[in-house]
Design a protein around this ligand. Sequence first.
Ligand code: THU
Length: 135
Amino acid sequence: MTALDRATARELLRAAQQARRLAYAPYSRFQVGAAVLADDGRVFTGCNVECGSYGLSHCAERVAIHKAVSEGVRRVVAVAVAGPGRRELTPCGACRQVMAEFGTSFVVVPRAGGVRVYALKDLLPRAFLRPQDYR
Ligand code: THU
């Protein structure tokens, strides 16, 4: 896991902020955007997609990751997340686990007009691994 370039982190966050504008969040009115940097350099974006049957709603991060995976990606370098307001928003626990599944190293979030980069291992210490990793 080498460090994430600052300019790349900023660019990824910008992509997440753009994607946020497409959020479908009529129930929570809490719009979130995400952007995934794949290990082959491609970027995939996603937004939260809610459903009138609330439990079927999807977080922006998982939408972006699953878009990437459905296009052939198997390793993710970084995921950027953009929410509303000034408070730092870090991904929910379920999304952290999905990030771990695809080997995500970094999570990029906005902070004071800039970016903050977390190592996923700090956000999800001692993660459950993939079943094949226990055999
Ligand atoms: N949400 C995300 O998209 N990402 C997160 O990291 C946290 C929450 C969405 C789920 C739901 O549509 C709305 O935000 C309120 O929880």
